[in-house]
Write a protein that binds this ligand. Structure first.
Ligand code: FES
Length: 309
């Protein structure tokens, strides 16, 4: 029998190892105990949602902002390498130092948005995210020391610390990329969900009374059904934020609250009422027919065919 571990890529093994470090688990527990109550207190604040990116931006803000310090610090190292770290006209700030300072300012905004995204992560993602954050703290500290050295006239030390800061930050960025692309953190979990491609019976009509909500699986797709004001509504049951099943959350007349991180969606059209979700829930056509509630998904977009020669 084949060894299933043989197919595991080196980066998966490395990241899995990180999540097993006992010290990281301890730091994670302590950070969670401090951070979660603060996040919970301001959960409904629109500023917090905007820091996620939320319904207004449709994307997470943190990865976009993270390009800024990396870009500024890369340019700073480049100027150092080219011997351009000399202030023109005897000014205090040379171009390399200006870029270093700009990167530090951008890093503050990047860290703040990273903190809110980390607050709505779970399990292994949370531990990897914490390690990513700790590496970034190290990168920022080195960059701060680099700027201090540059400003006090110790340019070789400033150059060395700047290069070290960039190296650590790039490793942190790699781990951040793994979280998004390898583990789908803050990625729309229903982006590729389609089907069923025909009308399919989901539940008997009597099992969804007026005002009721239920979750069903229809040809492998999780669907939330709600009956409101005499109409049947169907939306994807898998939360677009991190994949929790919405029907397990609280509902009221028009909304459902995700049980995991408390995004709120409109039951009738899947619209986001409150983040951290960035993407609305897909809506499925629904109808009542012969005592059954039936749903139909959207068919995948037809692939364009090459014209015949
Ligand atoms: S899974 Fe995070 S808000 Fe739903």
């Amino acid at each position: 029998m084949a060894d299933s571990g043989a197919a595991t890529a080196w980066h998966q093994r490395a990241l899995a190892e990180i999540t097993r470090w006992p010290w990281l688990q301890k730091v994670n527990d302590r950070a969670t105990a401090v951070v979660d109550p603060v996040y919970d207190r301001f959960r409904s604040n629109p500023v917090l949602e905007l820091m996620h990116g939320g319904r207004w931006l449709g994307h997470s803000l943190h990865p976009a902002l993270s390009d800024l310090p990396i870009g500024f610090w890369s340019a700073s190292v480049l100027l150092d390498t080219a011997g351009q770290d000399v202030a023109p006209g005897g000014r205090r700030l040379d171009p390399s130092s200006t870029l270093s300072a700009a990167g530090l300012a951008a890093a503050a905004a990047t860290a703040a948005t990273g903190w809110v995204d980390w607050s709505v992560s779970d399990g292994e993602d949370r531990r990897v995210g914490l390690f990513h954050g700790l590496l970034n703290v190290a990168g920022v500290s080195l960059q701060g020391a680099s700027l201090a050295a540059r400003l006090s006239g110790r340019r070789p030390t400033g150059r060395a610390l700047g290069a070290a800061s960039l190296g650590v930050t790039v490793v942190a960025a790699y781990i951040g990329g793994h979280l998004v692309q390898g583990r789908a953190v803050m990625v729309n979990r229903v982006a590729t969900t389609t089907g069923p491609t025909r009308w399919v019976r989901a539940v008997a009509e009597e099992d969804l009374p007026a005002g009721g909500v239920t979750g069903v699986e229809v040809e492998g797709r999780h669907v939330l059904l709600a009956r409101r004001d005499g109409e049947v509504h169907a939306i994807d049951d898998v939360c677009s934020h991190a994949g929790a099943l919405l029907h397990r959350g609280e509902t009221d007349d028009c909304t459902v609250t995700c049980p995991l991180h408390f995004s709120v969606f409109d039951l009738r059209d899947g619209r986001i009422v409150r983040g951290p979700a960035h993407h609305p829930q897909p809506v499925l056509p629904a109808r009542v027919r012969k005592g059954w509630i039936e749903v139909r998904g959207s068919a995948p977009a037809p692939r364009s065919r090459r014209p015949a020669n």
